[in-house]
Design a protein around this ligand. Structure first.
Ligand code: ZN
Ligand code: ZN
Length: 413
């Protein structure tokens, strides 16, 4: 038996005025999600705890069974893992942006005119070369890679580093680049902040004289760093439960969380992490992985969250309906009576009105061979509040699934 675990990012919402005070899930036509609810058991999930708005890293950690209060150690590590870099214990990773600053160091554009991935790669090569030289001088290994568009990752490797340092990213345009400061009084934090400042300065020098920048309308002449993080010390799902798991996501942060859990990352052509993603391809790759012997496939879909951040009411409703269609096609091929447990939920609530992650619970539906059926027949925030799973925390989901798979050891005699 196996599990298909579908997570739609930020799909849960609050009542929306334009939708007659109903949520997008209440308004969208979702016969397939409703069918999961009807065939199985439902409930509400507090991703972290009631009223706590989680970041996607923390929320997806929790859904995979890792208590963020115990294991979370900064976003940068997940970004690095998601970008395909390996992290050792003690390495410190940062999320980076190519940015545009003026002569005084005031940030004009935090994304350097949304520089193309190709251009960013060219600049990143020069930065990596400079990073190697500087690292040799300072006694630390420095790795810089660009990922998609203006985004990148910086990793510091060596002894005596700390993630207790501040961001250099001021967070919005019109403000000056910040100096990296130690956030505690350890020599490790002080040294890490000094390294970050030296690297930032060297990067600005390299970018200022790079020939590509002379040709760009909006030059990418600085790197902003934020979210210092180290590798969480956590056992993989294989070590914990003896299962083989895989993850399908187009988002580096989620890929990083999945790698921490020891899930294999499956590459799906056409998966973009945006509205234009190929949902059918994502589901068919998930089904193939299950057929190939995976015990659990974690399938993450991003654009529901983007719609809420953009206050795009109609887009959110129509994208939910597209997910439902793709889910329906997959369900025709799944054996929910004897073989597969199908779980659908969201990683958190993202409000169309506020455009932010909120601390409201999310609906969950779970169908499969030995699941008790409750009376709920619709998948949404209000209907699932009547469900047989009642109210769970994010970290409760994995034990619930592993119990059904027969992978939970007995507590006691
Ligand atoms: Zn999220
Ligand atoms: Zn979000």
């Amino acid at each position: 038996m196996n599990v298909l675990f579908v997570v739609c990012d930020g799909m849960a919402d609050r009542p929306v005025r334009e939708l007659g005070r109903r949520t997008p899930l209440q308004v969208a036509k979702t016969p397939s999600m409703d069918r999961v609810a009807e065939l199985g058991i439902t409930g509400l999930v507090d991703p972290v705890a009631p009223g706590v708005p989680p970041g996607s890293d923390v929320a997806n950690m929790a859904l995979l069974g890792y208590d963020p209060y115990e294991h979370y150690s900064g976003r940068g590590a997940f970004e690095a893992l998601g970008a395909g870099l390996d992290l050792g214990p003690g390495d410190v990773a940062f999320r980076c942006n190519f940015a545009t600053v003026d002569k005084r160091g005031v940030v004009l554009d935090r994304r350097a005119g949304r520089i193309s991935t190709e251009h960013a790669h060219v600049l990143a090569e020069a930065l990596q070369e400079a990073a190697e030289d500087l690292g040799a001088e300072l006694g630390v290994e420095v790795v810089f890679v660009s990922t998609v568009q203006h985004r990148g990752v910086l990793v510091l490797r060596g002894e005596g580093l700390s993630r207790a340092v501040s961001d250099t990213d001021p967070g919005e345009a019109g403000r000056p680049l910040r100096r990296c400061e130690p956030l505690d009084s350890t020599p490790q934090a002080r040294r890490t902040a000094e390294l970050v400042n030296a690297i930032s300065e060297r990067f600005r020098e390299v970018l200022a004289r790079h020939p590509l920048n002379a040709r760009l309308e909006v030059p990418a002449n600085a790197i902003l760093l934020r979210g210092a993080g180290t590798l969480p010390r956590a056992k993989t799902l294989k070590e914990l439960y003896g299962i083989r798991g895989a993850c399908i996501s187009a988002v580096a942060l989620i890929k990083g969380v999945a790698r921490m859990a020891g899930l294999e990352l499956l590459d799906v052509p056409g998966a973009t992490g945006s509205y234009d993603t190929d949902l059918d391809a994502k589901f068919s790759h998930a089904l193939r992985a299950l057929e190939g012997g995976a015990d659990l496939v974690f399938l993450h879909i991003k654009a529901t969250d983007i719609a809420s951040h953009d206050h795009a009411v109609e887009r959110k409703v129509s994208f939910i309906e597209r997910i439902d269609e793709a889910l329906g096609k997959a369900m025709e091929l799944l054996d929910l009576e004897d073989e597969t447990y199908l779980l659908i939920t969201a990683d958190h609530t993202t409000s169309l009105r506020t455009g932010k992650h909120e601390g409201d619970p999310v609906p969950l539906a779970l169908a499969g061979p030995e699941v008790r059926r409750d009376w709920v027949r619709a998948f949404d925030e209000v209907s699932c509040a009547q469900g047989g799973l009642c109210r769970l925390r994010g970290i409760d989901i994995m034990p619930v699934l592993m119990n059904l798979l027969g992978k939970m050891g007995k507590l006691g005699a």
